[in-house]
Design a protein around this ligand. Structure first.
Ligand code: SAM
Length: 393
């Protein structure tokens, strides 16, 4: 598989080698084995070297993947409609996590200002220094008059009021892997591969607490796991993040959009290879050890676990649905119909993006939206017609 991927330039290859050395040292220091979450954390976020911490392009046509806000401004305009409704019910402020290129922030601010509902403050919490700079440039170019309302946070605030947004952030949080075999639960971690500097999966018996979490997750798939090998992942960090942010949300709403499933589908007997995916220059593959630091590594989101984490934080679930339904309920088609058609090429590009956002074969069904609230009415615009809370279990 590695042969089929385009070769990095020498500078990028050097960064990757330096990161591999550091990961190798961490494996040696830990006695030859680290959890996959530790590997993923270093591959994505190791200061100065990880995928999100170093200089690679990441988002966009010249990068490795494209997200919904990059595809079309209509995505941000739909979320602006949802925010405008929530701004009537709580403090009109936004806290966006992992804002990528800043495309969503720029579009949201512009659309809300045009509707006379500009937030008092738009805070961004972004781990990547390189992306922070890109966000600042995007906002300065696209919404210069609103730039003074935007600030970048270094730490999670103790108290959060208003609207919390995170698009494709949970999937970027490190996961722990497991392999269930013959009634036994193993934790799949990472060791060195032979005498080369590269890495390979290595299994060892899971500790009791992790084995218990796996057994709970596999309720429906356990029989299938008994017959062969069932490999998947547990998004412990994403769950802890939702619980922590949720606990600090004193009043307001939290909207999370990402790819994933409710638990029964996530740990379906037939999904026995898990959901780990790597993205490198618009190619998707399953080998997390290729070019560490130069490719994105992601896992789908278990929305049942996310929902339970929010409930532990005392939040109520305001809705759960597909991305397509969320956008339709927020008026995507009317917004699309109102676009000018004089420039047929630009219009066709928007038509294609709308198709990509809505199509069940593309992002429409795989991507889900879930919303939580504290002190908020249960009438969220984006979940008005096809709420699927009942499927979360
Ligand atoms: C796949 S990108 C999505 C970017 C953007 N939201 C979009 O839709 O284009 C994932 C982003 O999440 C950020 N991220 C991951 N974990 C985070 C955390 N715990 N807090 C804040 N940002 C985080 C990464 O730095 C990156 O910007």
């Amino acid at each position: 598989m590695a042969e089929a991927l385009p070769a990095p330039d020498e500078r990028a290859a050097e960064t990757s080698r330096a990161l591999a050395q550091r990961i190798g040292a961490a494996i040696d220091a830990a006695g030859g084995w680290i959890g996959f979450d530790c590997y993923m954390e270093m591959a994505l976020y190791e200061p100065g070297l990880g995928y999100y911490a170093a200089g690679s392009r990441k988002l966009g046509a010249a990068g490795d993947f494209v997200t919904a806000p990059e595809l079309t401004p209509l995505f941000g305009e739909c979320l602006a409609a949802q925010c405008a409704q929530w701004f009537d019910q709580c403090v009109p402020e936004v806290l966006e996590f992992g804002a990528g290129s800043g495309a969503l922030a720029a579009r949201l601010l512009a659309a809300l200002a045009a509707a006379g509902a500009a937030p008092r403050r738009y805070a961004i919490l972004e781990l990547s220094g390189e992306l922070r700079e890109r966000q600042r440039r995007t906002l300065a170019e696209q919404v210069p008059a609103l730039l003074d309302r935007v600030d970048w946070l270094d730490v999670l605030p103790q108290r959060i009021e208003g609207v919390v947004l995170a698009n494709e952030v949970l999937d970027a949080m490190p996961v722990r892997l497991f392999a269930a075999r013959g009634g036994e639960v193993l934790e799949r971690g990472v060791g060195r591969a032979g005498d080369a500097a590269q890495f390979a999966f290595a299994d060892r018996p899971a500790d009791a607490a992790f084995a218990q979490r796996v057994r709970e997750a596999l309720e429906d798939a356990w029989d299938a796991a008994g017959e062969g090998e069932y490999v998947s992942e547990i998004g412990e960090q994403a769950q802890a993040w939702v619980e922590t942010v949720g606990a600090r949300l004193v009043r307001g709403a939290m909207l999370l959009i990402d790819y994933g499933f409710p638990r029964a589908e996530y740990y379906h007997p037939q999904r026995s290879m898990g959901t780990l995916q790597c993205h490198y220059r618009h190619r998707v593959h399953g080998d997390p050890f290729v070019l560490p630091g130069l490719q994105d590594i992601t896992a789908h989101v278990d929305f049942t676990a996310v929902n339970r984490a929010a409930q532990r934080a005392g939040l109520s679930t305001l809705g759960y649905t597909s991305q397509a339904r969320l956008l339709l309920d927020c008026g995507l088609l009317d917004r699309f119909a109102a676009l000018p058609r004089e420039d047929t090429v630009a219009w066709a590009r928007q038509a294609q993006a709308v198709q990509q956002l809505l199509s069940e074969a593309e992002m429409g069904e795989l991507f889900k939206a879930i919303a939580f609230g504290r002190g908020m009415p249960d009438d969220a615009l984006g979940f008005a017609t096809r709420d699927r809370r009942g499927t979360l279990g």
